[in-house]
Design a protein around this ligand. Structure first.
Ligand code: F6P
Length: 327
């Protein structure tokens, strides 16, 4: 079913992710291609509440595809969690004649979008923008590929110095509730162990590994997905040091470096496809869905499923990493 949409607004929300700009660009230019007016909202849901809404045209998104961050800024809005905040946001959208939204972000963004469209019956399509790759309904989220490459690049560099000094490194990467970056960066970086929220027992494995090491290689790299607080790698390194007082142990926390930088070609392509299909979805009368790519095909998944559905790690990669680094 096709719905008459005259003006779409696009915004980015939650943790920024490399490729968000490419997604904004695709959204804006696809709207123009359909003859639909388009607006940008600065600072996510906060911008909606405080009326930071402005018209966009093709030139507004020129020369941004290659940049990380987001030209629309981002925020995690507390005010939008309140009924008054959401009402204010809706009033502002009406004032600007906006009749549909493209929301680019992660779990929190989708949760807000779901509530908003249920309360005010405004069509919304979400594009998965988060480095964590923790959303169902898509094989990959925008920014995940770039962040993983950043982590691998850092691990390669740490490997040089770890090797030179025969040291044991605990490298902490992002992903509080999801081990996608950690597992994939560990595999690509040849790390000897990886700590992710989806798996227990890794500490005992690395103790065994270190105790029974038969190869000449003296250094080790263990990748750690951050815990509830930054710095989980410090705890693990300390525990490890208690077991092996002679080990020369160091910690590197990669932190927000993983959120920045030039988006990879994969992220730009993914983001462009998703932004364009979000607009197409709205034009086709869809609402309350997240757009994604599964097996290279565009799919639309209801917000609830995208938020609460399981996005498990690839078990085969987990097993493979163990085999390749510990045999
Ligand atoms: O969701 C993306 C993410 O980078 C997580 O990996 C990390 O746990 C969190 O955001 C950090 O959030 P903030 O930038 O608000 O500290």
């Amino acid at each position: 079913m096709s719905t008459q949409i005259n003006k779409i607004a696009v915004f980015t929300s939650g943790g920024d992710a490399p490729g968000m700009n490419a997604c904004v660009r695709a959204t804006v230019r696809t709207c123009i291609n359909y003859g639909i007016n388009v607006a940008g909202i600065t600072g996510g849901y906060d911008g909606m509440i405080h009326d930071r809404i402005f018209p966009m045209e093709a030139s507004s998104v020129a020369n941004i595809i290659q940049y990380g961050g987001t030209v629309l800024k981002s925020a995690r809005s507390e005010e939008f969690r309140t009924t008054e905040g959401r009402k204010q946001a809706f009033d502002n959208l009406q004032k600007h004649g906006i009749d549909a939204l493209v929301a680019i972000g992660g779990n929190g963004t989708y949760t807000g979008a779901l509530k908003f469209q249920e309360e005010f019956n405004i069509p919304v399509i979400g594009c998965p923008g988060t480095i964590d790759n923790d959303l169902s309904g898509t094989d990959y989220t925008i920014g995940y590929d770039t962040a993983t490459n950043t982590a691998v690049d850092a691990i390669d560099k740490i490997r040089d110095t770890a090797d030179a000094h025969n040291r044991v490194f605990f490298v902490e990467v992002m992903g509080r509730h999801s081990g996608h970056i950690a597992l994939n960066a560990a595999l690509a970086g040849g790390a000897e162990g990886v700590f992710i929220p989806e798996k227990n027992g890794e500490f005992h494995s690395i103790l065994d590994y270190h105790k029974n090491k038969t190869r000449e290689k003296q250094f080790s790299i263990f990748v750690v997905a951050e815990g509830e607080e930054d710095g989980r790698a410090y705890e693990l390194a300390k525990k490890f040091q208690n077991h092996f007082p002679e080990a020369d142990t160091r910690v590197t926390v990669l932190g927000h470096i993983q959120r920045g930088g030039k988006p990879s070609a994969n992220d730009r392509i993914l983001a462009s496809r998703l932004g364009a299909h979000a607009v197409k979805g709205l034009v086709d009368g869809k609402s309350g869905y997240a757009v994604g790519v599964i097996n290279n095909e565009i799919v639309f998944t209801p917000f609830k499923e995208a938020i609460y559905g399981e996005k498990s790690i690839n078990e085969n990669l987990w097993i493979l990493n163990g085999i390749l680094t510990r045999s």
